[in-house]
Design a protein around this ligand. Structure first.
Ligand SMILES: [Zn+2]
Length: 91
């Protein structure tokens, strides 16, 4: 009757939300080993979060030595767009 998501789908979505919420701390090595392992395991399985992580890594590298904590949304969007374009070519 109703389109109830399966447990697995719900879990996957929750993982994505949690992984992305933790991604910034993960990138900055601010997570405890257990949480970091969870994020890493999710990144291995999830292409979208893995791409998000890749962008985060680039941003972190780009901002190293800069006085800002967060990348401007514009830069983030630009990196994401170029990443997705690259993935589309491989896809
Ligand atoms: Zn995910």
């Amino acid at each position: 009757m109703s389109e109830t998501p399966t447990v697995a789908e719900t879990a996957a979505r929750k993982d994505c939300a949690e992984a992305r919420a933790a991604l910034e701390e993960y990138l900055h090595n601010e997570l405890c080993a257990e949480d970091a392992a969870d994020v890493r395991a999710h990144l291995d399985e999830c292409e979208e979060c893995s791409a998000e992580h890749h962008v985060g890594e680039m941003l972190t590298a780009a901002l190293q030595g800069a006085c800002k904590d967060r990348a401007p949304e514009e830069l983030r969007a630009k990196l994401l767009a170029s990443l997705r374009a690259a993935q589309a070519q491989h896809g």
